[in-house]
Design a binder for this molecule. Sequence first.
Ligand SMILES: [Zn+2]
Length: 264
Amino acid sequence: MPRALALLLVLAACRSAPRLDLTGHELVDLSHSYSAATLYWPTSPSAFELKPLHVGPTPAGFFYSAYTFATPEHGGTHLDAPVHFDSLGVSVERIPLNRLVGPAVVLDVSAKAAADPDYRLSPADIEAFEAEHGAIAPGTIVLLRTGWSSRWGDRKAYFGDDTPNDASKLHFPGYGVEAARLLVEERQVAALGVDSPSVDYGPSQDFPVHRLGAPRGVPNFENLTGLDRLPSTGAVVVALPMKIEGGSGAPLRAIALVPVRPAN
Ligand SMILES: [Zn+2]
């Protein structure tokens, strides 16, 4: 089934009108805001900067504010383009929109991650999800809910270590490479998202999940939030990065449209 048709069917599933009706959906923000407190990878040379160009009254008497900002691509809620880990992969502005907008499933490993900060999604987790909810369809945006977004803002709790400029002692959950292979190669999902710092878990030093998805055109959404507010199936995600030409990644504003059940 073409992705556009699948999207329409998802949107129409809980409404009789076969068109997008936003009054039938709750809008959920899946992005953290950017500020001086935004967390970046431990080895990042800089963080988010916002500097005023002008804030206050103008000579003509009206108020005016404008700022300049700077940020490394890979910090806060952001997108990884395929070229991040594949020299032949597309950069941010060339990612097809149907990998950024589409029906989503939420795989919840938050209980397992609470018991093991190095937890990785397994093929068995996917099989258990599909036994309950049906097979994950091609073109689906997969969101891995680890619960880590509740730790956002606390570097040591979020990354598992806060040694400056050292990424060798990190602990947080992510995708296992065999689970990622099942999702990317067999289910042909559109994108992989996670509410932890990386689709590869903290101890990884060779980033196999990034290296698996990138040559297959799969973008990643990292440092998401709000996944606890989404159903396992039925939400539609809109994840639009800043359109940086040639970029390997970009700040990402992601939202979800969640169907509201009509009151009986
Ligand atoms: Zn990244």
